[in-house]
Write a protein that binds this ligand. Structure first.
Ligand SMILES: [Zn+2]
Length: 80
């Protein structure tokens, strides 16, 4: 996604957060790429509920391609 800003922040109860074009991700958390997938779904579909995003994250993660993984890793590479 273009214009997406990825920022590291430590969280206590979750691994990521999204608002507008910003994604905060806890680099000390586990499942970083899955968290990125989850937060990018929030960014792409702001009207989706948390439950729907969780369901879609699981569905897409189960069949993610190598290219999809690399794409997520590149997003993570932008983190500041
Ligand atoms: Zn969420």
């Amino acid at each position: 996604m273009k214009g997406l800003k990825v920022i590291h922040r430590r969280f206590k109860r979750f691994y990521g957060k999204q608002s507008g074009n910003k994604i905060w991700i806890d680099l000390s958390g586990s499942q970083l790429l899955k968290t990125m997938l989850h937060e990018t779904l929030h960014a792409k579909h702001p009207k989706w509920s948390e439950a729907r995003v969780q369901k879609e994250t699981g569905r897409r993660w189960a069949k993610i391609t190598d290219r999809g993984l690399v794409r997520l890793a590149r997003l993570l590479g932008r983190v500041r």
